[in-house]
Design a protein around this ligand. Sequence first.
Ligand code: NAD
Ligand code: UD1
Length: 331
Amino acid sequence: MNILVTGGAGYIGSHTCVALLKAGHSVVIADNLCNSKREAVDRIEEIAGKKVIFYKINVTDSALIDILFSNHQFEGVIHFAGLKAVGESVEKPIDYYYNNIVSTMVLTQACVKHGVAKFVFSSSATVYGDNQVPFVETMKLLPTTNPYGESKVMSERILTDAATAHPDLAVTLLRYFNPVGAHPSGLIGEAPNGIPNNLMPYVAQVAKGKLEKLRVFGNDYGTIDGTGVRDYIHVMDLAQGHVDALDHLAPGVHIYNLGTGRGTSVLELVHAFEEANGLKVPFEIVPRRAGDIASCYADASKAEQELGWKASRGIVEMCRDSWNFEKNFKG
Ligand code: NAD
Ligand code: UD1
């Protein structure tokens, strides 16, 4: 299939482009590089041994998107482009709502106008809010406490309503849990700007000596060791989930959790990282971070039953590949 990948130069998008190319699809990337670099596109081509078409455009620009759809016969769209920093979304809510929601509307409109039926959307486990774990796709969603999370809830709603009004549309909403790791080549991975907010890149930068020590946000949660529990998923498994979702797209809206179904605490992850890489990660316990929940992990059985997809990489591989990328990264 000929696939438009928005945000294809970013972390999850770049790994998915590699997986799509390896599966025999053609890829056109639309990315404004606001949180990525042009080199990522060269690296996708280097790993996959195939070419992609790249456009540096803002996908909220409806006129440009219309031209793009006129010039290419897309068979599907995977929409990764979005802003994703939770804290920043609280400071700049309008930027987040505009970028994340308008991009979804512009692309949906273009699909309807140009007869492109297949749409895969990057959603997040954050839409579940502080629900009972494990999170199941059928759960009633709870408030997310930040504009980033709400932009995902609203985008899901827009796509659901569009699919109701246009019965030919086949929409898949993929709710990612906590993506970590990198391509084993170390050529592509997650390279956050400034000090990382998320645990794995923070741990990797402490291990590298770029940051002094990890601050563990709270050890008084009702979890195995009192620290927060998350469902970390290797980005290579996540990427494959998109290829499988594309293969199974059918009219209507289909929602899948992409997680491992296993929870790992902060301290378990730190120890796994130390063991996998033979390194020390100094840490201290500090108070809880505002907005955090105790536990978040998936019931991932629906994706396995319906898409035949299951995460195969464990926490040791995630820690090894995250470190492999970080230690070679020059940023
Ligand atoms: P990323 O920032 O690495 O990639 C997003 C890409 O989109 C970047 O290359 C950026 O330049 C581009 N982009 C942003 N706005 C754009 C616009 N208006 N026009 C064109 N390009 C634009 O992020 P990621 O981690 O790869 O996340 C991809 C998607 O998955 C996002 O929608 C994110 O919200 C979602 N998601 C991510 C996580 C995570 O932990 N990484 C978890 C759940 C959901
Ligand atoms: C964060 C976002 C969430 C988003 C997800 C994936 C917040 C409040 N939530 O979730 O909306 O969908 O990333 O991008 O930002 N931790 C530490 N020390 C650190 C960093 C993290 O102890 O320096 C702990 C956290 O308290 C948490 C766990 O590590 O228990 C994972 O944190 P993080 O990687 O930021 O992901 P989430 O909190 O799950």
